[in-house]
Design a protein around this ligand. Structure first.
Ligand SMILES: N[C@@H](CCC(=O)N[C@@H](CS)C(=O)NCC(=O)O)C(=O)O
Length: 212
């Protein structure tokens, strides 16, 4: 049964799902959507309509991490999911998706954040470094990847967010002291896996013509 992934090229959640599906060799039709004009077929299966959403037959998976875990359960050739490392993998991903993502947004969109009364811009940057960037750099000075010397689910789930972080102020990041993290980021940016999932697709839509 053919599978579909509703996706948005630059969304870090969609990137991690596309990377896992590609690694697990799951054939999937990528439907690049417009976030402003979401396709009806997506809204029909997932009214909240965030991307990514995976759809195959009766199966609808609406969270990027669930898509990753589902894909790896089908095929995990390099053992990204190691049972004994699972608590550490889960801890890191929770930190990323929870407090770090909040700080990343505050750092990236200071105007929006200030309006909501949270610390923004430089203040958010200091907190993000303390909470996550520095600890990740320390981990990478001990091991080649985030939880061991082998790549794991944590590396792929977190990488698109560190990429986004590095791009908010590329000069700051390039001049920062986080050399191990820079190396790790570059490794992923240059990987065939990442480059393979960044190919461009025309925007897919199935909004009825009369609504356009
Ligand atoms: N928890 C979700 C978050 C996904 C998410 O927030 N995606 C953003 C794009 S990066 C989105 O679709 N936002 C909805 C919108 O902009 O309408 C996941 O892990 O899949």
């Amino acid at each position: 049964m053919s599978a579909v992934l509703y996706s948005y090229r630059r969304c870090p959640y969609a990137m991690r799902a596309r990377m896992a599906l590609s690694y697990s060799q799951i054939p999937v039709e990528i439907r690049e959507i417009s976030l402003r004009e979401k396709p009806t077929s997506l809204l029909n299966i997932s009214p909240k309509a965030t991307v990514p959403v995976f759809h195959q037959g009766n199966l609808v998976i609406e969270q990027s991490l669930d898509i990753m875990r589902w894909a790896l359960a089908q095929h995990d050739p390099d053992v990204w999911c190691q049972t004994d490392l699972e608590p550490e993998i889960a801890y890191l991903i929770n930190m990323n998706d929870g407090p770090f993502k909040k700080l990343l947004d505050s750092y990236k969109y200071p105007e929006r954040t200030l309006r909501e009364g949270y610390p923004a811009g430089p203040e958010a940057l200091v907190s993000a470094v303390e909470l996550f960037i520095d600890p990740l750099n320390q981990r990478l000075s001990r091991n080649k990847f985030l939880v061991s010397n082998q790549i794991s689910l944590a590396d792929i789930a977190i990488f698109p967010f560190i990429r986004q972080f590095s791009m908010v102020d590329q000069v700051w990041f390039d001049n920062s002291e986080f050399n191990e993290l820079k190396k790790w980021l570059l490794y992923h940016l240059r990987s065939p896996l990442f480059n393979g999932i960044m190919q461009k697709y025309p925007t897919w839509n199935d909004i009825p013509q009369e609504k356009k």
